[in-house]
Design a protein around this ligand. Sequence first.
Ligand SMILES: CC(C)(COP(=O)(O)OP(=O)(O)OC[C@H]1O[C@@H](n2cnc3c(N)ncnc32)[C@H](O)[C@@H]1OP(=O)(O)O)[C@@H](O)C(=O)NCCC(=O)NCCS
Length: 220
Amino acid sequence: MTPATPPATPSATPEVPVVREMRWWDIERVLRLEVDLFPEDAWSPGMFWSELAHARGPAATRHYVVAEAGGRLVGYAGLAAVDRTADVQTIATARDHWGTGLGARLLTNLITAATSFECREVLLEVRVDNRRAQRLYERFGFEPIGIRKGYYQPGNVDALVMRLADPAAAAEPATPAASLAAPSPAPSPAPGSPASVPSSAPGPAQGSVPSSVQGTKTHG
Ligand SMILES: CC(C)(COP(=O)(O)OP(=O)(O)OC[C@H]1O[C@@H](n2cnc3c(N)ncnc32)[C@H](O)[C@@H]1OP(=O)(O)O)[C@@H](O)C(=O)NCCC(=O)NCCS
């Protein structure tokens, strides 16, 4: 009698996501994550198409990446760079990857790209109630600089504007190609170093803050 085939043992180590440039054929899978993670104000396909239209060539002003694991798209992020100011346009990871360090890897990739664009600062907007994302940004040295009242509609939720003053100091400078092939690990600043989480973040100033790079309502 033939012995029964033993059941396949599940892989002990989950696959580490690969981060690579986002292309137009990724948009459909990105949108599936987008509507799950930003149900109130998901970007339309046209917004992603428009962003990617500026992501290649010598005059590129955008840098978009996706993360894939086991054939699944599990994260994406994008950055705009204009006049030496970068803006995190979006950053998201699949729920079952939260807390694995993927968000930090994507953010490292964007900051490295900001350095390659020779940006002197990186700005972002984040919902005032999104503490998880704010903690991620704080770990990289982003600081609150203002509030945009009612930025997120239709929920009328305010955005906290955060700024990273010196992207070159927050991520290892690398060529974009190198950073895509082998993304740098998330920085782990020593306690007390400039990039460590402040024990109590300074309260954001109300008032005027720099405008976004474009009219797009950013998700990061
Ligand atoms: C915000 C978001 C991008 C963070 O992504 P993430 O993959 O969870 O990020 P990380 O894993 O790098 O870090 C998140 C937390 O996990 C912890 N973590 C990181 N690596 C870890 C590991 N190996 N084991 C356990 N915890 C880990 C981090 O310390 C961090 O904890 P903290 O929140 O207490 O500081 C993700 O939650 C998301 O997509 N949210 C929905 C969309 C969104 O809000 N985007 C931001 C818009 S501004």
